[in-house]
Design a protein around this ligand. Structure first.
Ligand SMILES: [Zn+2]
Length: 380
């Protein structure tokens, strides 16, 4: 069994459903300590974070990943038990196989191999892991670690996130940015009463409907060269007492903007509130900004990653800004060049999550090549 298959399997066997690390980071830390890394465990609340570094000079190149996984869903629906790594048809199956225990294992092996081959390498190479990426708040994960890094003045210059970015084959897509995510909870207040007495009630469903229709039809921006247009989606609407003869007193709706750098969170908030006011609604809005958009423009890291993918996978990647949010949103504001590159994401969060064995073998080579390309380009 190859080293990458063995380590990925060991990690899958640890049922680290968010935010439980279940010993994954200890396993990685022991290996990196043996390879000469300085290890620091940063535990906040129920969340484990690991910071492992080799070298003290600048620049700092950090790999970033998470050891937690989403729940498996009904075990009976899986072809093999989700936390028992299983090989079948040239693939490794198990929860986290793609998102992202293969990435964590590959980053670890790449760093081990790199420092063994280049004991006096320039700069610092590092690994940052959290067990709080898939959870609802992400409060005690990379977000907290970044706050601590700001306090200490710990810089990171380049960050490679081993999230599953690829669509059809390893390296076909790298993520160089992410849209921002802004959520809102809207409460429209009416007056509850009997349906037979329309003059005595204010029906919040009737009042909200035209405003909701306008929000859904609004073109928020046109996007730009790097990003698709901002999208607005309502995910929940709730109103009503269950009774047929009662007009409810309130309506609640939850919605989310995935927004590009052509808009800002402030402009979207203002425009939403203006539409609701124009419809004369008595409303309350609670906002939650879970991530600002970011973009890593052409530069040192993008060049190194593109070259490494060409070397290892024999293809030229497409740079993309799609997909959901990731921990890159917390790292990017430190002024870091960030790129996400990792396995095919077709099965992530699904029943029978898997990674192809052929691509699994390439993954540590790809990450090692990125380090070599990047640090060589800086010292030449
Ligand atoms: Zn992930």
């Amino acid at each position: 069994m190859s080293a990458i298959l063995e380590l990925t399997s060991e990690l899958i066997r640890r049922a680290s459903v968010t935010p439980d690390d279940a010993g994954c980071q200890t396993l990685v830390a022991e290996r990196l300590a043996r390879a000469g890394f300085v290890i620091e465990h940063l535990r906040y609340g129920a969340v484990d974070n690991l910071w492992a570094t080799h070298g003290t000079a600048k620049p700092v190149l950090a790999f970033l990943g998470h050891t937690d996984v989403v729940p498996s869903g009904p075990e009976a629906d899986w072809s093999s038990p989700p936390f028992t790594p299983t090989i079948h048809d040239g693939r490794l199956y198990g929860r986290g196989a793609a998102d992202m225990k293969s990435g964590v294992a590959a980053m670890t092996l790449a760093l081990e191999a790199y420092v063994a081959a280049h004991p006096d390498h320039p700069g610092t190479v590092a690994l940052l892991l959290t067990s709080d990426e898939e959870g609802p708040t992400n409060r005690d994960g990379v977000k907290r670690v970044v706050e601590e890094f700001r306090r200490r003045g710990q810089a990171i210059d380049f960050c490679v996130v081993g999230e599953p970015s690829s669509a059809e084959r390893l390296g076909d897509i790298v993520r160089v940015g992410r849209r921002g995510s802004l959520s809102g909870t809207l409460t429209v207040r009416g007056i509850q009463g009997h349906v037979a007495y329309p003059d005595k009630v204010r029906n919040p469903i009737h009042l909200a409907a035209p405003a909701v229709a306008e929000l859904a039809a609004t073109r928020w921006d046109e996007g730009n060269a790097e990003f698709p247009p901002t999208s607005f989606q309502i995910s929940n609407v709730h109103s009503g007492t269950g009774a047929l003869n009662v007009v409810p007193g309130a309506l609640e709706a939850k919605f989310n903007f995935r927004y590009c750098t052509a808009s800002t969170a402030a402009s979207l908030r203002e425009r939403t509130e203006a539409i609701l006011r124009r419809h004369g609604l008595d409303f309350k809005l609670d906002w939650d900004l879970s991530g600002e958009p970011f973009l890593t423009r052409s530069g040192t890291l993008r060049d190194a990653v593109t070259a490494a993918i060409k070397d290892t996978c024999g293809i030229v990647p497409t740079a993309d800004t799609g997909g959901g949010t990731s921990d890159a949103r917390f790292i990017a504001p430190l002024g870091v060049e960030v790129i996400e590159v990792g396995p095919v994401n077709a099965s992530i969060h699904k029943i029978d999550e898997h990674v192809s064995l052929a691509e699994l073998e390439l993954l540590p080579q790809l990450y090692r090549r990125i380090v070599e390309r990047l640090l060589a380009s800086l010292s030449s």
